[in-house]
Design a protein around this ligand. Structure first.
Ligand code: SF4
Ligand code: SF4
Ligand code: SF4
Ligand code: FES
Length: 974
């Protein structure tokens, strides 16, 4: 997977045909047989014959504009374009004749006569299809001269932070326009003007940055010249070698070719053979990787006695020994269960596996948890209960076979953009769309996409809405009785049918609660139940509720009742947020489960791990994250190892989290930056970015993909190596030489991973979907095909229980939160990239009516107050939100979105109810008290970092970071 020379991936010119029927023909004397519908160009490429081309590329439908790919076909007059001519049985084709050579040379001459001849200094020199084609057709001179009208002096548009548009080099092949339309689905580009005057235009001839362009890079990827080219290529020159790896942002898990000069990344190019992304990407993975070498990276371990002290840089061994001795001291004083650890959903499977092993085997406790606690833990609970497995059921490709899609509580265009592009492609082909969301997300109405139904559900009432959809399906005879009879537990089904059929669950009765008109809901339910393959995609707008687990079960009920499970085009698909949140759950990060979702109280399972790990494990579940915080505040939880997770910014009720961390005696943070949590830390271990380590990530499709090291860890150790060191210092030896050995151990101990190894992943082309074992040696693209993992599917009763977070006279609005495309979660990475040009601050979206009631104007400062806290954000007055609902993102620490969110949580999993917080909003002129305190605290912490004692420097006074009693520390907590 390491290529020493960057090679352009093979381009077959036009997309593959999926037809089963084949057609035989002869090309240049070579007999070949290809699927019906294949273009002559592609058939030739398959036969190893490359027909010259410029406007064709196999990620786009053929266009037929450049006339370079002409061929001769026996029995046909003229010279048809091979890219737009489909094969026919018995065709005899010639691709190289003197006449064709002449025609092609003439075409190239015209192109070159209006193209700067600066190849030697052009950033695309060596990677330019125009240059290649000039060579291929044997062009040696240009007869037309350069005196006539041309575009050679057209000005470059450099407004996009990541790529330039230099129109002087444009051959008007439309590949960029078609990439934006067909692949990305944004329709930001057009060809403006006619004939000689035709030029590529973004929007209404706007600079790229001011247009609708979302900077996905598809046009840059498609451009055969250097007209659209990455700024990094302009600055650094062409890359020399490449490594295939996986994006470390969202749960789509796009595969990329990291193209490098030495160990410097020149660009990240979406890998054409990537099975999750099929050669597409979004702005984050494609361009926002510069954070990895940002000046804010902390690359030396640091310790300090209290959070009021400056940091002291120390060696890895001193930091690790100090951390281990502190944890041991705490356990000796407060007991075994007074410490714990958090695994990171940004780290690899191997790393999360090691952290949970460290906690269970070296700390001797089950106090381990992960960020999935605060996002998709209800998915785990809900799907395990109903279907038997805690994961999505499909591949992303499956959406191309769907006929009707429900998107619920998810905003794929912002949070899972590459999947959104695929979904939009299917919608443009005619699939129907039902959006269930309090906001009018982009999919509701965007270029060439219009949702058939948008059900603007009132926050907190998802369960009521889905139960009323089930009511329609059950009472109007729309249940797939045969599927249910064969695949599901019938007594549970009958109880469910009786329950949902009750009049109080009808859309008419529920409309009062959900705010969704009964007629729309009935029509949407009928559409879903009757329109062929129905699939459901959902996100945190489903899970992050007091009834998150119930709603997940309601989704599974709906899919079972309509027979929409167990084949392509259907299924229940949680859109996982972070790159490896699926993996961190799979790897046993929850306090009650060992790897593979097996309960710690199961003696047989625990016995297996005990024998392999050589320790006795605790049979009782450990503390969940919120319980750790409560225990810290009450004084029984004193030490935390937190790898790659910023709980202060990401978890609800910031002041509660800060109080918990302030009450601990040893907080060990392993991260790449001084994040909000690290400001409360006593030990800082430098983390490594995804470019600095080997391992695997598991995406939302259960796809385990390789992550490959492209540069050495800036801090000297990959995260897994640091965990091993800490474990060794704690007295529990871990001696892995490479992450592949950790994966071998995971496979040995986890039935669903039994067949997974790095070698197997390579053999399967870069990824494998679990379960991968004896029954499914090449993995499992679609789950629950013949039977559910639990045997029979189990319908669950989904009674609507109103959340305690309800609008009241004091807090009449409901706040819901989400993400934006250009930023990622707490923003620690994306805020350190030019992506801030698109989103500089978190805004409060408020409906015009609510704004008017409060005298709030666009851009005013608005205080948002809940029962736990208050923060101030700038107002964005918009009808995207409905009256009574306000919305914000949480990408900037100073916004303090989670100062406002409360400890209300899912009944089954403690997943916080981020999506519903009762608030009041009022116009103000200054930041909140919390923001003022945060600002002071943050300044002090940055100063303490800047004042850190460098390795080898003597401390000014007294030894630092010696264990000491910390009662009465004078910290102003935020
Ligand atoms: S910008 Fe590139 S892809 Fe677009 S029309 Fe010009 S040459 Fe073709
Ligand atoms: S970067 Fe993406 S969105 Fe922007 S113009 Fe190119 S293809 Fe369209
Ligand atoms: S952020 Fe997600 S969609 Fe974007 S490139 Fe990375 S994995 Fe793909
Ligand atoms: S490649 Fe066929 S017409 Fe351009």
């Amino acid at each position: 997977m390491l290529e020493t020379i960057v090679q352009r991936e093979r381009d077959f010119g036009t997309p593959a045909s999926l037809a089963a029927e084949t057609v035989a023909l002869v090309i240049d004397g070579v007999e070949c047989s290809v699927p019906a519908g294949t273009s002559v160009m592609r058939a030739a490429a398959i036969a190893g014959i490359n027909i010259p081309k410029l406007c064709a590329t196999d990620s786009l439908e053929a266009f037929g504009s450049c006339r370079l790919c002409l061929v001769e076909i026996e029995g046909r007059r003229g010279y048809p374009a091979s890219c737009t001519t489909p094969v026919e049985a018995g065709m005899v084709i010639r691709t190289e004749t003197p006449k064709l050579h002449d025609l092609r040379r003439n075409v190239m001459e015209l192109y070159i006569s209006d193209h700067p001849l600066d190849c030697l200094t052009c950033p695309a020199n060596g990677d330019c299809e125009l240059q290649d084609m000039a060579g291929v057709v044997g062009l040696r001179n240009v007869r037309y001269g350069y005196e006539g009208a041309n575009h050679l002096n057209d000005a470059t548009d450099s407004s996009n932070p990541y790529f330039d548009y230099d129109p002087s080099k444009c051959i008007v092949c439309s590949r960029c326009v078609r990439a934006c339309d067909e692949v990305q689905g944004t329709f930001a580009l057009t060809i403006d003007g006619k004939g000689f005057a035709s030029r590529v235009a973004a929007g209404q001839n706007d600079p790229f940055l001011d247009s609708d362009c979302v900077s996905c890079g598809a046009c840059v990827q498609a451009c055969p010249t250097s007209t659209l080219v990455e700024k990094t290529v302009i600055m650094m020159g062409q890359p020399e070698h490449s490594v295939i790896t996986t994006c470390a942002y969202c749960g789509v898990g796009c595969a990329f070719k990291a193209e490098l000069k030495g160990d410097k990344v020149v660009r990240m190019v979406p890998w054409k053979d990537g099975q999750a992304n099929r050669g597409h990407s979004c702005v984050k993975g494609r361009f926002a990787w510069g954070y990895a070498t940002h000046k804010d990276r902390i690359t030396k371990p640091m310790i300090r006695a209290s959070i009021n002290d400056p940091w002291r840089e120390v060696s890895w061994s001193e930091a690790i020994n100090h951390a281990a001795s502190e944890l041991k001291r705490i356990q000796a004083k407060y007991g075994r269960d007074s410490i714990g650890g958090l695994t990171s959903s940004r780290c690899t499977n191997e790393e999360t596996y090691l952290v949970q092993k460290l906690v269970r085997a070296a700390f001797g406790t089950n106090n381990v948890d992960t960020c999935a606690r605060v996002c998709h833990s209800p998915t785990g609970y809900g799907l395990k209960t109903t279907l038997g497995e805690s994961a999505g059921t499909q591949t992303f490709d499956s959406v191309m076979f769907t006929d009707v899609v429900i998107v619920m509580g998810a905003n794929p265009s912002a949070a899972h953009p590459v999947f959104a592009s695929r979904l939009k492609r299917r919608l443009r082909e005619g699939a129907k769309l039902i959006v269930i969301d309090p906001r009018s997300i982009e999919l509701v109405d965007s270029p060439h996409i219009k949702a058939d139904y948008h059900l603007p559900v009132r926050p907190g009432t998802n369960t009521a809405l889905l139960t009323s959809m089930a009511h329609v399906i059950a009472t109007e005879g729309l249940i797939d009785e045969a599927f249910v009879a064969e695949r599901c537990e019938l007594p549970a089904f009958e109880q469910w049918r009786a329950f949902v059929s009750q009049p109080e669950n009808s859309p008419e009765a529920m409309a009062e609660i959900t705010g969704v008109p009964a007629a729309d809901l009935r029509a949407a339910a009928r559409l879903f139940a009757t329109h062929g393959n129905g699939s459901i995609y959902y996100g945190l707008g489903v899970t992050e509720h007091s009834q998150g687990s119930t709603t997940v079960m309601a989704i599974a009920n709906l899919a079972m009742a309509t027979g929409n499970l167990g084949r392509e085009g259907v299924g229940v698909n949680p859109l996982r947020g972070q790159n490896n949140v699926q993996g961190s759950c799979d790897m046993g990060s929850f306090p009650h489960e060992l790897p593979g979702y097996r309960h710690v109280s199961d003696d047989a399972v625990r016995g297996e791990f005990e024998r392999d790990w050589g320790v006795t494990l605790q049979p009782e579940p450990g503390l969940r994250i919120p319980n750790m915080f409560d225990a810290a505040i009450s004084g029984s939880f004193k030490g935390l190892y937190c790898q790659g997770e910023d709980i202060v910014q990401s978890d609800p009720n910031t002041q509660h989290v800060a109080a918990a961390l302030s009450a601990m005696e040893c907080v060990i943070v392993q991260d790449i930056f001084l994040n909000e949590t690290a400001k409360y830390a006593h030990v800082f271990l430098p983390g490594s970015s995804f470019l600095e380590k080997d391992g695997t990530f598991t995406n939302a499709e259960r796809r385990v993909s390789r992550v490959r090291k492209v540069m050495e860890p800036l801090g000297g150790l990959s995260d897994w190596e640091a965990t091993c060191e800490l474990s060794n210092a704690m007295g529990y030896p871990m001696h892995y030489k490479h992450p592949s050995e950790i994966m071998d151990e995971i496979a040995r101990l986890t039935p669903t991973f039994q067949g997974v190894s790095f070698a197997k992943i390579d053999e399967l082309g870069g990824s494998v979907q679990w379960p991968c074992n004896e029954q499914a040696p090449d993995g499992t693209p679609t789950m629950h095909v013949d039977e559910f993992v639990r045997g029979k599917g189990k319908f669950m009763i989904t009674k609507y229980v109103p959340s305690d977070e309800r609008s009241t006279r004091k807090f009449p609005l409901l706040l819901t939160t989400g993400r934006i495309l250009s930023q990622y979660n707490v923003g620690a990475q994306t805020r350190r990239t030019p992506n801030v040009m698109w989103h500089k601050e978190d805004l409060l979206e408020i409906h015009p009516q609510d704004a008017e009631d409060r005298g709030i104007l666009q851009g005013d400062w608005v205080a948002v107050q809940s029962r736990v806290g208050e923060t101030v954000l700038r107002a964005d007055i918009t009808e995207r939100v409905q009256p009574g609902v306000v919305y914000t993102t949480f990408h900037f620490p100073e916004s303090g979105a989670n100062v406002v969110t409360t400890d209300s949580a899912d009944w089954a999993t403690s997943c916080p109810e981020y999506k519903v917080t009762a608030v009041q909003a009022r116009r103000v002129t200054q930041p909140s008290t919390w923001q003022a305190k945060w600002s002071r605290f943050s300044d002090v912490q940055h100063q303490l970092l800047n004042d850190r004692l460098r390795e080898g420097e003597a401390p000014a006074k007294g030894p630092q970071a010696q264990p000491k009693e910390r009662e009465g520390e004078a910290t102003e907590q935020v």
